[in-house]
Design a protein around this ligand. Structure first.
Ligand SMILES: [Zn+2]
Length: 185
């Protein structure tokens, strides 16, 4: 049995390789009518499409290629799948206790998580939108009533209601890259 540390390293390394391949494929798939449908699903039809594409290009730029151990670390005190230092995103991404699982599905989760966190680090994306204005907010002190951009939180509402600022929603890139469906009703 590999040690926990090796196990983390291997799973992170495998997920990074997959994440880079998924992003490269996405860059080619995103143009055309199929790409437009997928962007509408993940961001809403009013999104600034050029900004979405620009972010994807940043993620696939060999200069920014997602690497390990470049800033990536596992911290068992992080009670989340992963976290990006929002005050200084360039400092990298920390992966927490829930990052590791043992099924194929878990690998998809890891790939999606890496893509989500990488958009925080490289594209300045956020997870929260103001409850009144639907504008993206960098830091939320009082989360009550504000919209959380995760697929399993308020993404459905945001896709329906938010304007061109949706290119700043981190989880929309995960949804786009992993071909996840946002419920329409
Ligand atoms: Zn996030």
């Amino acid at each position: 049995m590999p040690s926990t540390k090796e196990d983390y390293h291997n799973k992170l390394q495998n997920a990074l390789v997959s994440a880079n391949l998924v992003l490269k494929a996405l860059e080619h798939e995103i143009d055309g009518s199929e790409g437009e449908k997928r962007i509408n699903n993940a961001f809403g039809s009013r999104v600034d499409r050029a900004a979405v594409k620009k972010c994807i290009q940043k993620l696939t730029n060999p200069r920014n290629k997602l690497e390990f151990p470049h800033g990536a670390a596992v911290d068992h005190s992080v009670n989340a799948i992963a976290a990006t230092n929002m005050a200084d995103p360039g400092k990298g991404i920390t992966f927490g206790t829930f990052f590791i699982g043992n099924t194929e599905e878990d690998n998809d989760m890891r790939v999606g998580t890496i893509i989500h966190e990488a958009t925080h680090a490289l594209c300045g994306t956020v997870d929260w939108f103001d409850k009144h204005t639907f504008e993206p907010v960098d830091e939320v002190k009082d989360k009550t009533g504000n919209y959380h951009g995760y697929l399993d939180s308020n993404l459905k509402d945001l896709v329906r209601s938010t304007g061109i600022q949706m290119h700043r929603n981190a989880d929309s890139y995960r949804v786009l890259a992993m071909k996840l469906e946002v419920p329409t009703v």
